[in-house]
Design a protein around this ligand. Sequence first.
Ligand SMILES: NC(=O)c1ccc[n+]([C@@H]2O[C@H](COP(=O)([O-])OP(=O)(O)OC[C@H]3O[C@@H](n4cnc5c(N)ncnc54)[C@H](O)[C@@H]3O)[C@@H](O)[C@H]2O)c1
Length: 349
Amino acid sequence: MGSRAIGIGLAGVGGIGHVHAANLAAGVPGARLARVADSSASALRRIGQLYEVPSSRFYGDLLDDPRVDAVVIATPPATHPEMVQLATAAGKHVFCEKPLALDIESAEAGLSAAKRAGVVLQVGFHRRFDADYMLAKSLIARGELGRIYGFFDSMRDMEPPLSAEMSGAQQALLHDAACHDLDAARWLVGEVDEITTFGANLASEPLRAVGQVDHAITVLRFENGSLGTIDNTLASGYGFDCKCEIVGSEGTVRIDNPYLSNVELLTRRTSGFERTRTFLDRFEHAYPRELESFVDAVHRRAEVAVSGEDGLAAVVLATAAQRSLETNRSVRLRRRLCEGQVRYAMDEQ
Ligand SMILES: NC(=O)c1ccc[n+]([C@@H]2O[C@H](COP(=O)([O-])OP(=O)(O)OC[C@H]3O[C@@H](n4cnc5c(N)ncnc54)[C@H](O)[C@@H]3O)[C@@H](O)[C@H]2O)c1
């Protein structure tokens, strides 16, 4: 591929697709936005008002375009497996938004297809590119925390989607949201041996009608003996809240939500700083970095920072969490090494 800028074809220009389009248009070194595709004509109209880029409603047009070397898949989760398959068959490198798939078999198939085609596959776990999480990771890797005892992680959305369709995925809370936390758990603490999840529908009538939960608490037992909890809600009511604490024998790291500014508002009744309200302002700087890292890996044919195996592991862990929730039992996990990479499977019970 040499030093030529790679052409990126962006599939899906809804919420996160707009973020990727803006970052690509602003300039990711070594890449340019070559084409977009979205099945919605209105989504294409909106993007066309912002950027001059060839577009169409058909994903196949992205893949047929010789200017497209790599695709960024930012469509709903259920579409990811087929899109990954088609892209790899066309010899395109793939950056796939999380989750890689909603079931284990499809995630494995995507991974195998990328390997067969010899293309780069990265999954969109942006926390790994956030400066705070990266600092925590390096402190842990340097041994500053000593032996890790506990992982206490929380991700809360402000309000549930207005309709079940808008949640974009069945089992959305665990597969689509908690997958970030499950990936962070593996990345920061280590591999997971056992998972137990409790869930409840407490806030959303549309999600209740289709049997989905909007609250979940997941308990993890790690291979290294440490314990963890993850709490997820779609109905915090006060904003997006993503924080993480890792407790060790020699130290603890706590990653909180940053303030939007250093300006404190003080009134007769209260005082406070304004906090980041959405995942977009909390992780604003991580999104361009994950694309830069992907593009760099494509140019150098190097390993990606968040691999297809990481994407598959998150799918297995989310599936295990969902099974635990549905059966009221803990789910144990098995692992094996496959070409030097960890592969998870659920213990059949
Ligand atoms: N990493 C993150 O922080 C983050 C944040 C939000 C969403 N996501 C993930 O990104 C993906 C998209 O989420 P979103 O919130 O942007 O969804 P969205 O519904 O806002 O946008 C999806 C877009 O894809 C288009 N689309 C649907 N099917 C298509 C097809 N077959 N071909 C072409 N276009 C198609 C839709 O018209 C829509 O414009 C999901 O997997 C989601 O989990 C990741």
